[in-house]
Design a protein around this ligand. Sequence first.
Ligand code: G3P
Ligand code: MG
Length: 231
Amino acid sequence: MAPDFLCIGHRGARGHEPENTVRSVRRALELGAHGIEVDVYFVDGELIVIHDDTLERTTNGRGPVAGKSFAFLRSLDAGHGEKIPTLREIFDAVDRRAFINIELKGPGTAAPVQSIIEEYIRAGWSCEDFLVSSFDHGELARIAHPKIRLGLLFPRAPLRFVRLAQKLRAYSIHTAARSTRRPFVARAHRHGLKVFVYTANSPRSIKRLHAIGVDGVFTDYPERVVPSVSF
Ligand code: G3P
Ligand code: MG
């Protein structure tokens, strides 16, 4: 049975390892995360995993991610000698030990993300191994596979979300920790939506979100959420 309070490793285990790297994802799995969240761009025909649209903060490169060759991006150091991973490398590192939340960051990501998910499903993976989310609801709406789960990301808990969620047949709604309150969670649940909240790192925030009934949290420190039974 799935736990009722899911721990989703934010960019892997960002509190311990360079974010959005295979090393970070492995660490999150070791720490017991039920899900792994990564951020994805489509550049030079490849799905790559990085948060910012520029290279400076997380690599030794400079300038925008867009327009770079895949070979150049792969030559960079994303921390501790890790490369910027491909989404495929993340899938293979996770290997169905957790679900993968793919956050669409860049334009043109929906179609290639759908294709790679379909490829893994054909190879025996399940739709439940994936959850695709985005702040860009237009991009998210381009995921055409009816069984791929979609998560609507919002910068804060929104007043209006039901119609959009129904239109996109969303599985979940993802909101910022500070703005997420009990009535919002109850309303989302009444409409059949799961609520996943980012980014919960302090024990106090994790405890509060558990108490108001959210279904899971994104955290840089998976070990602070798992096990959650002691709350
Ligand atoms: O998907 C949850 C969270 O990752 C959204 O914000 O900026 O960390 O990608 P960000
Ligand atoms: Mg993200």
